[in-house]
Design a protein around this ligand. Structure first.
Ligand SMILES: Nc1ncnc2c1ncn2[C@@H]1O[C@H](COP(=O)(O)OP(=O)(O)O)[C@@H](O)[C@H]1O
Ligand SMILES: [Mg+2]
Length: 231
């Protein structure tokens, strides 16, 4: 189902060049200063650093939920700021999968509905949405839980549903914010392996857990909104 990224010639999924970001008034917190890095196709990057260092803000920019205050963010070779909100929303729905620490599943809806919801934007046919949802649910090993509601699942199973939802669109970029933070370490390792193995997309995981970071291709360490080290 994966749609090609807009500019196939770009050697990266996305790229930040000297990006700064300040939250708007009244707080005007400068959350990112002069951040530059890129994510290659199929590359996995750990985003490390203490609480408040800017990891979640950076993920929001990578997912085009916000745009830089200065500097440039390229997604698939296109400048996010130039695209405008509608095109950004469209690109996000088709190409970006989010996984959060708190899962963010729809209460009162079963697993299939939760996963199929991510396809509403891009597939009109409900039967095809559900078929694709089932494929992804099988992929994360939850085929036997399709009719459960989120409150009828364990924490690890909920995160698997969130991953199935993120994978359903065939994303070019998966962004995960502390995805193992609420899970015991064995379950967390399994979730991590699933994220690494189940997609050829670029993967960025914000984590304060060095053990998580070690399993990815590369680590970018943040401090006070700046990149402290990268490699
Ligand atoms: N919505 C917001 N409005 C104003 N300041 C914010 C907002 N969200 C986060 N911040 C501030 O931006 C900085 C970076 O926060 P965040 O990106 O959440 O860090 P991390 O994810 O590394 O803990 C912090 O100083 C935080 O207080
Ligand atoms: Mg955070």
């Amino acid at each position: 189902m994966q749609a090609p990224l807009v500019d196939n010639a770009a050697p990266f999924v996305c790229k930040l060049a000297n990006v700064s970001f300040a939250y708007p008034p009244p707080h005007r917190v400068v959350a990112l200063s002069d951040v530059s890095f890129e994510v290659g196709q199929g590359e996995s990057v750990a985003l490390c650093g203490p609480s408040g260092s800017g990891k979640s803000t950076l993920l929001a920019l990578l997912g085009m939920l916000d745009v830089p205050t200065s500097g440039e963010y390229l997604f698939g070779g296109l400048s996010a700021a130039d695209l405008g909100p509608e095109k950004r929303n469209h690109l996000r729905a088709r190409h970006v999968g989010f996984v959060f620490q708190a899962f963010h599943l729809i209460a009162g809806r079963n697993v299939i509905d939760n996963v199929a919801a991510s396809l509403l934007y891009i597939e009109r046919n409900r039967g095809l949405r559900e078929r694709r949802a089932r494929e992804c649910i099988d992929l994360v090993g939850l085929g036997h839980r399709c009719w459960h509601h989120p409150n009828e699942l364990s924490g690890g199973e909920r995160q698997r549903v969130a991953i199935a939802r993120a994978l359903a669109v065939g994303p070019s970029l998966i962004l995960a914010d502390e995805p193992t933070g609420k899970l015991d370490s064995a379950t967390g390792q399994a979730i991590l392996q699933l994220l690494r193995d189940s997609s050829e997309a670029g993967l960025v995981i914000a984590t304060h857990d060095a053990a998580v970071a070690q399993t990815l291709d590369r680590t970018v360490t943040m401090c006070d909104g700046k990149i402290q080290s990268s490699g």
